[in-house]
Ligand binder design. Structure first.
Ligand SMILES: Nc1nc2c(c(=O)[nH]1)N[C@H]1C(S)=C(S)[C@@H](COP(=O)(O)OP(=O)(O)OC[C@H]3O[C@@H](n4cnc5c(=O)[nH]c(N)nc54)[C@H](O)[C@@H]3O)O[C@H]1N2
Ligand SMILES: Nc1nc2c(c(=O)[nH]1)N[C@H]1C(S)=C(S)[C@@H](COP(=O)(O)OP(=O)(O)OC[C@H]3O[C@@H](n4cnc5c(=O)[nH]c(N)nc54)[C@H](O)[C@@H]3O)O[C@H]1N2
Ligand SMILES: [Mo]
Length: 756
């Protein structure tokens, strides 16, 4: 059989699907036959592959085309677009790159291009763009993620690495067999388990949770949202005030210390700095004992409940799970550091089923046993430009060229950006305080976007280069985080004049005389085969035999054997800390970090500490509500927001928002009503859903609605017009989307219909 004789396959970040095609059009995506729990998100692409939201030709913003670079940047988002040929688009981009480079240098090009793009090892938009720019002298890039920047910078100081521990998170099997109590800060919401970056063959998160429940594991869901753990595991729900987990963790630690329930032998052997932390817990350094009574006022969880939980954790085999969301708040470094300190005091780190886990809440692949194969990727080359920003500092950079910022112990300057190029991410989805960002976005002379649909990013660009979707190109999805490696078939012809990102950049490279450097004379097919062959060799090094290219194409997928022994995070360190030290200065877990203390940051001291967030219910006006803008259940971020699956959840055309009945009653609001959520930064519309599954004082509205600006109001319900744009601390400078106070009121005017 060849790929033309078997059912077509595609891989997405939300799973693997069979693709039905009739008369050259995709009619359905069906869950992969080996997936026990396929995500409904997949078919959401079918109705938007073509139609009015698809970008079908290169487009240039009218004022920019007429007046040249730098013309009427403030009209971005409202200006008309003019269709041009690919030849013309290539000439315009090449000439503009040449101008910017010769006048301002390559550091004036910002191409961090943060975002998830689509699955597929070769057609990875950022890799393509970065390789191309590296062929012409580089660009200013970005560091870290929106997902967990605070942890990415902090945890290596404390545990030697962050990503390394993510890759070896204790597996669900280990939890089912060796854990009694699973304490989930931020829950384990099943909505998120649909996703695995780079693709997944089988969804296992739900099965993992249910198997653990069946094996007798008890769950505690510490979250403002009850739905963050599925009903069937009968979790105890502690509806915590948002952003106060650190206070709760410190008070749990205080109980352990006070009642001598902590494991001093573990602390002595495997950690440094506990004594400093203990002084802080007892109030010796600041006069405030971090007692349950102290925490109860902050978290609004009763002191007795805290005391009981601490005792239960000490007498059980306990897993402490922290959602990545806890990093996306002011001082987002602290919840992870406090969780590590708490787990260290329990002394179970490195034992089966217990200790500590980051992100069981976040991805299907967290908690999967996996074979550590290093799959090859499309080489990006070397970027000679040293400039970078912490990824969430993009608005600051555009606003204040030359401005100084601190990051992880050093001080840097923002470059003066003249040209922004985005491929594979949507800053009008992911960034905070979008109205502020939009104003800063008017400043660069040129903005280029590779996109396939008319979302706000495309509408706010000067040159829009229309790219294909994965269904219009062939690729392979390879990820060490999943046993299934999948062929992505080209199911249909590119829509309109859309080109693959690689082909777009090859055209511009040819215009600039660097085509050979960019392609190395290989076709996309050659590159994919190269990626597979190099991956096969690496797998052989792990004693895993992968099939040849033809055989892979014929079968469409391969399942890599997974180890029988369940993964246990930090087990080697536990067994022999001298032979397997952590990559920290002491080789041990740094409950106190001299390195961080020496940075002298007032917003990130040398040990886990409670610091009030800038916006939280503890310092709110009586009518303020804390807004949680978590991941959407019906899509990945803003992707396919315009598709049928996402739209089905939004019958009135605006994003639903959930509020507690008490808060609705005092405002005289009723179910289904269109309301306005607002604060000093902006406003958005939302459709009200009333539920006691949320804590009073908190509202929840998922991210992902495309920005439809009407002044500072978003008509579709994008919560990032409300969120605050500041760094978590001078250490990591991560985003703080979850530290956000808002007000909600009824609107009288009729909601105007909007285009999809
Ligand atoms: N308020 C709030 N904001 C948040 C968060 C939150 O919790 N609350 N979470 C944050 C987090 S964790 C993240 S990771 C970010 C996610 O933010 P992003 O990753 O930027 O969001 P996506 O919508 O996935 O953006 C991907 C874009 O790539 C485009 N695309 C898809 N395939 C291709 C392709 O092949 N080629 C090209 N050129 N483009 C393609 C899609 O159309 C889409 O516009 O959001 C962050 N923002
Ligand atoms: N369906 C779907 N799944 C996704 C994504 C998506 O867009 N759609 N995005 C993926 C990406 S990029 C990422 S990074 C991961 C993110 O994974 P997470 O960060 O775990 O996901 P979130 O949904 O943002 O947050 C999880 C829960 O944390 C709770 N929470 C928020 N603030 C607090 C707090 O202060 N204290 C406590 N205790 N709980 C709090 C919220 O109720 C929220 O539902 O999800 C991934 N999975
Ligand atoms: Mo993320």
């Amino acid at each position: 059989m060849t790929s033309s004789e078997r059912d077509l396959l595609t891989a997405t970040h939300w799973g693997t699907y069979r693709v039905d095609v009739e008369n050259g059009r995709v009619t359905n995506l069906r869950g992969f036959e080996h997936d026990p729990d396929p995500s409904p998100i997949g078919p959401g692409i079918v109705d938007v592959l073509d139609g009015p939201t698809r970008i079908t030709a290169p487009m240039v913003r009218k004022s920019w085309l007429e007046g040249g670079p730098g013309t009427a940047g403030d009209k971005r988002g409202s200006d008309a677009f003019v269709e041009v040929s690919w030849a013309e688009a290539n000439r315009l981009v090449a000439a503009e790159l040449t101008r910017v480079r010769s006048t301002h240098g390559n550091r004036a090009i910002y191409a961090g291009s943060y975002g998830w793009a689509s699955a597929g090892r070769f057609h990875h938009a950022q890799s393509q763009l970065k390789r191309f720019l590296n062929c012409i002298g580089g660009y200013t890039g970005s560091k870290n993620t929106y997902s967990f920047a605070a942890a990415e910078v902090l945890v290596p100081h404390v545990l030697g690495t962050f990503r390394g521990h993510l890759d070896t998170t204790t597996s669900w099997e280990s939890i089912a067999s060796d854990c009694d109590l699973f304490v989930a800060f931020g829950g384990v919401p099943l909505k998120n388990g649909q996703i695995s970056q780079g693709g997944t063959g089988a969804h296992v998160q739900k099965g993992g949770l249910l198997a653990a429940h069946k094996a007798g594991v008890k769950f505690v869901n510490i979250s403002p949202l009850r739905a963050d753990l599925l009903d069937r595991v009968n979790a105890d729900w502690l509806p915590i005030r948002p952003n106060t987990d650190v206070a709760l963790m410190l008070s749990l630690a205080h109980v352990l210390l006070n009642e001598d329930l902590h494991d001093q032998a573990f602390l002595d052997r495997y950690t440094v700095g506990f004594a400093r932390f203990a002084d802080y817990l007892l109030g010796k350094t600041d006069g405030i004992p971090k007692s349950p009574e102290w925490a109860a006022d902050i978290c609004e969880i009763p002191a007795d409940t805290i005391r009981d939980l601490a005792r239960r954790m000490a007498r059980s085999r306990t897993m402490i799970s922290t959602a990545w969301a806890l990093t996306r708040q002011d001082h987002g470094e602290q919840p992870f550091w406090a969780a590590i300190a708490l787990a260290a005091m329990l002394g179970q780190i490195g034992l089966p089923g217990t200790g500590l886990g980051f992100g069981y809440s976040a991805m299907n692949n967290t908690g999967l046993n996996r074979t550590p194969i290093h799959y090859a990727s499309f080489p990006q080359g070397h970027n000679p430009v040293p400039d970078f920003i912490p990824v969430a500092r993009v608005t600051d950079m555009l606003e204040t060229p030359g401005g100084k910022f601190d990051y992880d112990g050093a001080s840097y300057k923002y470059p003066d950006i003249r040209l922004v190029w985005w491929a594979g991410g949507n800053p009008f989805h992911h960034h905070q305080d979008l109205n502020r960002m939009r104003r800063a976005w008017a400043k660069p002379e040129t903005i280029i976007a590779n996109e396939w649909c008319w979302n706000a990013l495309a509408k706010h660009a000067d040159i829009v280069l229309p790219c294909t979707t994965p269904l219009e190109r062939s690729d392979i999805a390879l990820t060490p985080k999943d046993p299934y490696q999948v062929v992505m078939d080209r199911a249909i012809e590119p829509v309109g004049q859309a080109r693959d990102d690689h082909e777009i950049l090859r055209g511009i490279a040819a215009e600039m005389g660097v085509e050979e450097a960019f392609t190395e004379g290989r076709s996309p097919q050659d590159w994919q085969r190269w990626i597979w062959e190099v991956s096969r060799q690496q797998a052989a090094g792990q004693r895993v035999e992968l099939p040849g290219w033809e055989s892979l194409q014929r079968d469409g997928w391969v399942k890599v054997p997974v180890p029988d022994k369940p993964t246990v995070m930090l087990d080697a360190f536990r067994t022999d800390p001298e032979a397997n030290p952590l990559a920290t200065p002491s080789g041990r877990i740094e409950i106190f970090s001299q390195t961080i203390a020496d940075f002298g940051y007032d917003d990130c001291p040398g040990h886990p500490a409670w610091m009030e967030p800038t916006e939280w219910l503890g310092a709110a006006a009586p009518d303020d509500l804390h807004m949680i803008s978590n991941q959407p259940r019906n899509k990945l971020h803003s992707q396919l927001d315009h598709g049928a699956v996402s739209q089905a959840d939004r019958p009135k055309g605006v994003e639903p928002m959930t509020m507690h009945p008490r808060d609705a009653a005092v405002r005289g609001l009723i179910e289904g009503q269109i309301v306005k959520i607002h604060n000093t930064r902006g406003a958005c519309l939302a459709e009200l859903r009333i539920s006691d599954m949320i804590r009073p004082g908190v509202i929840q509205i998922a991210t992902g609605a495309w920005l439809y600006s009407d002044g500072d109001l978003c008509r579709r319900g994008n919560p990032n017009v409300l969120t605050r744009d500041k760094g978590t601390s001078r250490l990591a400078q991560g985003p703080v989307a979850h530290s956000c106070l808002v007000k909600v009121e009824t609107i009288v005017s009729k909601v105007p219909q909007q285009k999809r």
